[in-house]
Ligand binder design. Structure first.
Ligand code: ASP
Length: 330
């Protein structure tokens, strides 16, 4: 862990650099000049950096797998070809936790720290958190951070694959919830998951279980051609096990090669199918436990595994193992 002194800053949009319009806040270019001016005026110590905009600049509500792959590609090029020893990614907060999680898995093995940050108020607004977040992230990079993906927000450095956005109206918007994370650490990573390997978009879906969920809902999702379905189960991994038609739909999906991953929809929960018969029956229908992973982490991991071309059995195997701390407490 050494101090970063040749930083790559990738600006993707988000509130941090947004400007007001009659329709509301919109992403705006020109943030590099504002950032350099702020750092110089306040004599903020910062590593030397190269600044790049990812075009088009986005409200992160518009991020998709395509942007995850584009961010990954630009980061890999900056490190491997550009020789940068650290990355700062400026991003909107709405899907920041999803991007942080996806990049945690897409960049497995990258030997430099990647820090994401953003802001709840634009840099130009009175009392904005933009400059404290940005300067705090720069200070952390300058001091030296472990390789891997992190989020710096509201004075805290958090693990990129454990974080969730819990508030839409306060500076302490992000938290690492205490979900029980105790996955066995993968002894080594398959070469298909190394950060330089090519990835493809994958058709994935997330479905929270709710009283009244029907087999026809699940079948409609499956008919869309999903290759991975993340089910947000109740409590410790239960669901409507008395619905034979629903269980049959899940079994058929699994037999057809779909990866069925399960997380708990309790903010501080984790999956342990065997606690209730209503959970065991879901496991027997083909669901694989994603332990105490958040939705963001489980989705990013499914994307990385299936996008790397792993088959169902391989994807299920790696899903259950801790790859970068997403299933570990610390
Ligand atoms: N909608 C904005 C975005 O995600 C919110 C933010 O940045 O805080 O880009």
């Amino acid at each position: 862990m050494s101090a970063v002194n040749n930083l790559f800053v990738l600006y993707t949009g988000g509130t941090i650099g947004m400007l007001q319009t009659p329709e509301g806040l919109v992403p705006a270019g020109g943030f590099e000049a504002r950032m350099r001016e702020h750092l110089a005026r306040h004599e903020v110590p910062a590593p030397r950096f190269v600044f790049q905009e990812m075009l088009p600049l986005l409200d992160s509500a518009n991020m998709s797998q395509r942007e995850w792959l584009a961010m990954r590609e630009q980061i890999v090029a900056a490190v491997d070809q550009g020789g940068h020893d650290g990355v700062l990614l400026l991003h909107g907060t709405d899907t920041l936790a999803y991007s942080a999680a996806a990049l945690s898995f897409l960049l497995l093995g990258l030997g430099v720290p990647v820090v994401l940050t953003g802001a709840m108020l634009p840099a130009g607004a009175d009392g904005s958190d933009a400059w404290p977040n940005l300067c705090g992230a720069l200070a952390a990079l300058e001091a030296g951070i472990e390789p891997g993906v992190h989020l710096f927000f509201n004075g805290e450095l958090m693990h990129g694959a454990r974080v969730s956005k819990l508030r839409s109206d306060a500076f302490d918007a992000f938290t690492v919830l205490p979900r029980r994370r105790e996955g066995e650490r993968a002894a080594e990573l398959p070469s298909a998951l190394a950060y330089r390997q090519p990835r493809q978009p994958v058709n994935l879906a997330v479905l929270p279980l709710f009283p009244g969920v029907q087999a026809s809902h699940v079948r409609a999702l499956l008919a869309s051609g999903v290759r991975g379905l993340l089910l947000e189960c109740y409590g410790s991994g239960t669901g409507p096990s008395g619905d034979a038609d629903l269980l049959a739909a899940l079994r058929e999906a699994h037999a057809g090669g779909v990866v069925l991953a399960a997380i708990s929809q309790c903010p501080q929960g984790h999956v342990e199918f065997g606690v209730y018969a209503a959970g065991s029956q879901l496991r027997d229908a083909g669901l694989v436990s994603a332990g105490g992973m958040t939705r963001e982490a489980a989705l990013g991991k499914l994307f990385t595994l299936l996008g790397a071309g792993l088959d169902q059995a391989e994807a299920q195997r790696w899903l259950a193992l801790d790859l970068c701390g997403e299933m570990a407490e610390r």
